[in-house]
Design a protein around this ligand. Sequence first.
Ligand SMILES: C[S@@+](CC[C@H](N)C(=O)[O-])C[C@H]1O[C@@H](n2cnc3c(N)ncnc32)[C@H](O)[C@@H]1O
Length: 206
Amino acid sequence: MSRRNPYSRADHRTLNAKAQGYPARSVFKLQEIDERCHLLKVGQCVVDLGAAPGSWSMYVAKKIGPTGKLLAVDLQAIEQSFPANVTVLQGDALTLDTGLHERWAPYDVVLSDMAPKTTGDKFANAARSHDLFCSALSVAVAFGRPGGHFVGKLFMGPDFQQARKLVADAFEQVKVVKPKGTRDNSVEVFLVGMGRKSPELEPVGD
Ligand SMILES: C[S@@+](CC[C@H](N)C(=O)[O-])C[C@H]1O[C@@H](n2cnc3c(N)ncnc32)[C@H](O)[C@@H]1O
């Protein structure tokens, strides 16, 4: 049985991403989600949480065109250059000033590919991923346009069904997507919320 580290060398998706000018292979995950769910369109206002090194943001910038606007946020600096309608912010998405979101909102699409630094403890990793996921979902719930969409990455763990229900409470339709571009050994999935419900239609207090 091969014990080769899947992260130790560039695979064909990484090489393909670089050849197309993207800094990371993760672009193919968003591309597949978008092709399956039809989320991104010209002129939209989008926030990309956990955006470094910038592949998703590059893809979004192409899809929304010069009439759209994109806010790209990450703890790490993003060196990728973008068109003028993309604003890059280095900071913690969990503690972003709500005033900032108020200035940008309503978002047509809220994206989160945020991932915690992992340790050998898969339950702790899943719990931290769940916290990041819930934080991104709360942005979509508070600042997403009715009818808008949400994509959040989540590590499979004991809280998965609860996360799925939270998305179902706020969106008309939920899809669970494990894109082909996800590495075979990865526990990550994406929950896609399509069609943000009007806030008055959401269940209260359950
Ligand atoms: C898988 S990478 C994102 C890749 C990106 N979608 C792309 O295509 O280039 C996950 C990112 O989440 C970021 N991240 C983790 N926790 C965060 C937080 N609290 N606030 C902002 N970014 C965070 C990490 O710094 C990391 O860059």
